[in-house]
Design a protein around this ligand. Structure first.
Ligand code: FUB
Length: 445
């Protein structure tokens, strides 16, 4: 057993990379179905890991997921990829070529981290057809995790989610057409009650992806549901963890991108609530290659959830010295602003902003100037010597820099600041005149 743990630790802790905040959060691979948890004053993200099927690896045109990575952040801006934590061919009960490592969850209890994940069993005679739910156990939130040899008995379905109530009782929720729930034994591996079908939820349209949390004595059952054409995020409330629940509202509308699935979690981190969800940002033409996003969320006084408007800016404070991506904007001034991929063949390279009409601007919020900066560097290009104004605070706020972008290819243009902000501010990047400018990023020095 010790040898197996060491081997897994060595295999799985080799990968360590950083991503900067903004949406989508993970910028070098696909990611979906995010469960965000707070452990030790750090936020941990347990998403699924979409990959593209190849001949003999997964089913073309469908979800294809081989393993899981875990990510973490102390500030919601800078995310660390701790690498792969569980993979299909290292779990004894999983069919190693099923590529079905769907939406996971992870909870902490008594010194251990329990990572729950669905997949297809290798032995359908023993476990039945369709999905089972397994558990892998670790002593740190980033792993290594050691998978249990068999899935949880009595559970067939996907999208596991665990709530540990204030009295210590744990509940497992999952979906399989309906949403189900049951008590878990203190071992966190065995059901301790009959399975309940949670009601009263919408009877028409797929429901899946349950995420249950408790706030001020109210149990919130949140779930993606196809009310119309694609999934939107809804919630129901109850005074009891297994219901009956009352349908209460919509957390997020269907995505204009048309991404058929959405899948989410809610988490409170340092007094602010956040919604983690996904969209197909890096794969507009194929919605089974998704990317995790996050936005702030708040409650009304009566406990109802305010609907979340998805943003590209996302969450977290951006440092003035970081590469700030205006294409991940907070606001846009209508005509004359367009966002597109830098290179449609390499979408993980990200996006650019094009400003093409006089006065057009784009706003990027919450940039921290922790000191006075001297200059700005902009990676940009223009076909005809365009000029940019950088303003702070508002679209008619003080101009802190004016830059001429010489006609030609992408280049880094550096310019002295007219004035440096010295605290948190919103930045407005505005076209002066009407000669088009394309911007990749800006940063302060
Ligand atoms: O990621 C595969 C499946 O898509 C999840 O299990 C569902 O919740 C949906 O997001």
């Amino acid at each position: 057993m010790i040898q197996q743990s060491l081997l897994l630790a060595m295999t799985f802790s080799l990968y360590w990379a950083q991503a900067i905040g903004q949406n989508p959060i993970i910028r070098d691979q696909f990611s979906a179905d995010p469960t965000a948890r707070v452990f030790n004053d750090r936020i941990y993200l347990y998403p699924s890991h979409d990959i593209l099927a190849k001949p003999g690896q997964g089913r073309p045109g469908w979800f294809c997921m081989e393993d899981y990575h875990v990510f973490s952040s102390a500030d919601l801006s800078s995310w660390t990829d701790h690498g792969m934590i569980v993979t299909q061919n290292k779990v004894a009960w999983v069919r190693p070529d099923s590529y079905s490592m769907w939406a996971p969850d992870c909870v902490y209890r008594d010194g251990k981290y329990y990572f729950y994940f669905p997949s297809m069993p290798a032995d359908t005679l023993q476990h039945g057809r369709g999905f089972n739910i397994g558990v892998a156990i670790g002593s740190k939130p980033e792993g290594p995790f050691i998978p249990e040899a068999t899935p949880i008995k009595g559970v067939k379905g996907i999208d596991p989610n665990v709530l540990i109530d204030d009295d210590g009782q744990a509940y497992l929720y999952w979906s399989a057409g309906e949403i189900f729930g049951a008590k878990l034994k203190p071992d966190m591996l065995t059901l301790d009650s009959e399975v309940s079908t949670l009601g009263e939820l919408p009877s028409k349209g797929l429901k899946e992806g349950p995420f249950v949390f408790k706030r001020n004595g109210i149990y919130y059952l949140t779930y993606p549901h196809v009310e119309n054409r694609i999934e939107r995020l809804e919630y129901a409330t109850s005074r009891s963890p297994l219901g009956p629940f009352k349908v209460t509202g919509v957390i997020m509308d269907e995505s204009p991108s048309g991404c058929w699935t959405n899948h989410h979690s809610l988490v409170q981190f340092r007094n602010q609530w956040y919604l983690f969800y996904h969209n197909n940002d890096y794969s507009p033409a194929f919605d089974k290659a998704r990317s995790v996003r996050a936005d702030s969320l708040s409650f009304n006084d009566d406990g109802t959830i305010r609907k979340v408007r998805p943003t590209l800016r996302g969450i977290g404070v951006t440092k003035a010295s970081d590469n700030i991506q205006p294409d991940r904007y907070s606001d846009i001034a209508g005509n004359g602003v367009a966002i597109s991929f830098l290179d449609t063949l390499h979408k993980f390279d990200g996006w650019k902003t094009s400003l093409s009409s006089a006065g057009a601007w784009i706003r990027y919020n919450t940039v921290m100037f922790e000191k006075k900066y001297k200059s700005i560097v902009v990676r940009a290009r223009s076909t005809s010597n365009g000029t940019l104004l950088i303003r702070s605070s508002g679209s008619d706020g003080p101009v802190i820099a004016k830059l001429k972008i010489p006609a030609g290819e992408w280049r880094e243009v550096r310019q002295q600041l007219l004035k440096s902000p010295t605290r948190m501010t919103d930045l407005f990047i505005q076209l002066d005149g009407k000669e088009e400018v394309e911007i990749d990023w800006i940063k302060f020095r």
